[in-house]
Design a binder for this molecule. Structure first.
Ligand code: HEC
Length: 111
């Protein structure tokens, strides 16, 4: 009986942890403006890969800019091709910097 209650609480806790991350306040308007949100989420696969997955590729911000302007679908087997998007450099750099900030920090266990 006690055990069942504990399991229920544990599951509830996991469910809360599993909740998807949302875009931070300063990035969200850009994501919406350039329609990125239609295909990307922070940490969940949508049409395109989660940005946390993109971050693991450790692209330079300049490379991310290129990949937004000229996507390379061969980088992501199993995904449909992303369409090329025109994002002004300043905004694209902000987005790129944020994507890279999602990369796992060294100290933690590797996933
Ligand atoms: C129509 C859906 C769609 C939209 C809109 C979209 N993406 Fe993508 N994106 C994808 C898909 C699918 C992939 C994986 C396949 C590919 O790269 O072509 C991807 C891949 C990426 C990658 C990884 C590129 C690589 O080669 O590793 C980045 C970075 C990215 N998107 C950023 C953005 C940003 C920033 C925006 C908004 C300006 C955006 N995407 C809008 C669908 C989309």
């Amino acid at each position: 009986m006690k055990k069942a209650l504990f399991s229920t609480l544990l599951l509830a806790g996991l469910a809360i942890n599993a909740q998807a991350q949302d875009f931070p306040e300063d990035i969200k308007p850009l994501m919406t403006k350039y329609t990125c949100t239609a295909c990307h989420k922070v940490d969940t696969k949508l049409v395109g890969p989660a940005y946390t997955e993109v971050a693991k590729r450790k692209y330079t911000p300049e490379r991310i800019l290129e990949l937004i302007a000229t996507p390379k679908p061969s980088n992501w087997p199993g995904y449909p091709p992303m369409m090329a998007l025109k994002v002004p450099k300043e905004d694209a750099l902000k987005i790129a910097g944020w994507i890279n900030s999602l990369a796992p920090k060294k100290k933690a266990k590797k996933s």
